[in-house]
Write a protein that binds this ligand. Structure first.
Ligand SMILES: [Fe+2]
Length: 259
């Protein structure tokens, strides 16, 4: 047999390589056949949800003066709120299945958390984080405080007879909250209602807050001493009176209009 020329030898090698490659096309060959019998690879683990973080204030510490002083705002935000976040993060680190939930959902389902050593910090620190995040958003410098929307003003007048009637009732709820807590304006079954909760509880906490006080907050006032004591000392009523000047009414109205 005549040996192949160099050109023919090259074609022979190329053809041989192609033939070998064809034998190993994807989905063919022993390795592929073995892979078909293996169970599918497990899905990669879901990424860990982000840890709760301190939200930036939408204004400077001094922006609410003279009604709420800069030092109080700095400590309230940077120390107190930050401490609630640290406590919440520590609790969620023990319950990663809860960490994936929205905070509102977690707070509304606290009675379902069977472990009391977990439920208590979630209630106190989770509530503290939600309440303060909400509080910062509903404050604004006095020059930007604005007015309630027409829709909200009509609802306030229909419920409390007048804006002054609303302020009087809300101020009483805030002043009479014994110890530490919050006063709230909530929407409950489509209607406005004033309520109050102790400590860091809030109107979202089903099974913890009384059913009569559950609803969606649109305005809230922190009456913990840490919110006012540096400037107002024991004069909580003076703090409450000053707070009316720095309510972010456009934000409150937006929340009301969204319900
Ligand atoms: Fe506070």
């Amino acid at each position: 047999m005549t040996p192949p020329s160099s050109l023919k030898r090259r074609h022979f090698v190329q053809l041989s390589t192609l033939a070998a490659g064809a034998a190993l096309l994807p989905g063919q060959g022993p390795a592929a056949e073995a892979a078909k019998t293996l169970p599918p690879a497990p899905a990669p683990p879901a990424p860990a949800p982000p840890a709760p973080a301190l939200p930036l204030l939408p204004y400077a510490f001094a922006a609410l003066e003279p009604h709420i002083d800069a030092k109080t705002m700095e400590i309230h935000h940077g120390k107190h709120h930050a401490a609630y976040i640290a406590g919440l993060a520590a609790a969620l680190a023990k319950a990663p299945e809860l960490a994936a939930q929205a905070l509102e959902k977690l707070l509304a389902g606290l009675p379902e958390v069977a472990d009391e050593t977990l439920r208590a910090p979630l209630r106190n620190h989770g509530g503290g984080h939600w309440n303060h995040s909400f509080f910062w958003q509903t404050l604004a410098p006095a020059a930007k405080s604005g007015e309630p929307s027409e829709e909200l003003a009509v609802a306030i007048t229909a419920t409390f007879a007048s804006m002054d009637g609303f302020k009087k009732a809300f101020g009483e709820a805030a002043a009479k909250r014994f110890g530490s807590g919050w006063a709230w304006l909530i929407v409950q079954d489509g209607k406005l209602k004033i309520t109050s909760t102790p400590n860091q509880d809030n109107p979202l906490m089903k099974g913890i807050t009384a059913d009569a006080d559950l609803g969606t907050p649109i305005l809230g006032l922190d009456v913990w001493e840490h919110a006012y004591y540096l400037h107002y000392q024991n004069r909580r009523p003076d703090y409450i009176a000053a707070w009316w000047n720095v309510i972010n009414w456009p934000e409150v109205s937006k929340r009301f209009g969204a319900l």
